[in-house]
Design a protein. Sequence first.
Length: 112
Amino acid sequence: MNATRMAELGVALGKRLGFGVEVFDEEAPAALGCGGLLRVNAGSAEPPRMVKLTYRPAEGAGHLGMGGKGIMYDSGGISLEPSDPIHAQMRHDRSGAAAVLAGSHEPPAPRG
């Protein structure tokens, strides 16, 4: 799954489940100073995307924030990394973003 498709999934889930979704194109990371993201993405044929999901229940009782990194390696660069266990785990770098999207399938139950 590439970054564009993951953003499309976020938009579809937002429409279906009633939460806000903002998708930022490649200009937003530059304006936010996210040079690392842009450098990693430079070897990719796919443009970067940043996705912000917002859910605001009618009766909020505090704040909860979830963040998930979703770096996609589609440029072949992962095969250039050393073969030690730490670098072998790079293929899981999209797991955080996938977990946040997966958790968004059902809005939280009301407290009480």
